[in-house]
Write a protein that binds this ligand. Structure first.
Ligand code: 6CS
Length: 255
């Protein structure tokens, strides 16, 4: 029905935003403030709709869609990359963040891991996130499950790498850059993996919130044309032009 999210907004209840706390995509400040590129865009779009009351819900990528369906939050604003499976389950807005994927590898990259074929051919493992886009896509491209052990969050993957349980990490290039800086980690980041699809996220809604979703999506499309959008994108290291050019149709084709 048309109730749900619209009713929450009308009655002044907070709109609950699911995030991972993975800069620069999402960030939870110590004081509970929600920021990062995706939440900053969401807050700006909601503001255009007259809504300023938002509440962060931090969770893992494996829980984002199940928790949305279970009404534990209202919008996923986490750099949740589009793929066939996700696009079938949620209503995705126009794309927000377009980015690339890289490996984190030990200094000097002794095993020479650079491409997806390297991962297939070499006897090594890379950490991915549970329920994450990377693991699913790598498997779809022929990497065996056994080479892709899963961890809950990026810092857990780093710990596994530092403990020598995995050779490297497969995550968004920008996540690896931010994690390295935050944690003072000693790893190298490979150039974007060419065989990997370009990733693009949108903000994800329940199918039952169609009416609210449509208004939000129209506001978001308009917001993407503003200089305020460009400022947010630049601040977090994303490309506004790439986001404007990307299409949901194309991104949703990814296996
Ligand atoms: O969409 C995903 O599943 C991925 N998105 C980000 C921003 N980081 C890792 C996660 O696996």
């Amino acid at each position: 029905g048309g109730g749900g999210l619209q009713q929450r907004a009308d009655s002044g209840q907070p709109i609950r935003l699911a995030i991972a706390n993975e800069p620069p995509y999402t960030k939870l400040e110590a004081d509970g403030t929600i920021t990062g590129a995706a939440p900053d865009i969401a807050k700006a779009v909601l503001k255009r709709m007259g809504i300023e009351n938002v509440e962060p819900k931090q969770t893992g990528y494996d829980s984002m869609i199940p928790g949305l369906q279970a009404n534990r939050w209202d919008i996923v604003t986490a750099g949740l990359f589009m793929n066939q499976d996700r696009c079938a389950q949620v209503l995705y807005t126009t794309p927000d963040l377009v980015s690339t994927e890289s490996y984190a590898v030990p200094p000097g990259n002794p095993q020479g891991l650079r491409t997806l074929d390297d991962l297939k051919n070499k006897d090594l493992q890379v950490a991915v996130l549970a329920g994450g886009y990377e693991g699913r896509t790598a498997k779809a491209m022929g990497v065996p499950d056994s080479k892709l052990p899963t961890y809950q969050q990026a810092p857990d993957a780093l710990q596994a790498m530092e403990a020598g349980r995995v050779y490297g990490i497969l995550l968004p290039t920008l996540t690896l850059e931010s994690l390295k800086e935050q944690q003072g980690a000693n790893y190298e980041i490979t150039p974007p993996i060419e065989q990997f699809p370009v990733t693009g996220s949108g903000h994800a809604f329940r199918k039952s919130d169609q009416t609210f979703f449509q208004k939000y999506n129209e506001e978001m499309k308009a917001f993407k044309e503003t200089s305020e959008f460009e400022q947010i994108m630049n601040q977090w290291g994303f490309d506004a032009e790439a986001s404007r050019k990307a299409t949901k149709e194309e991104l949703c084709k990814t296996e």
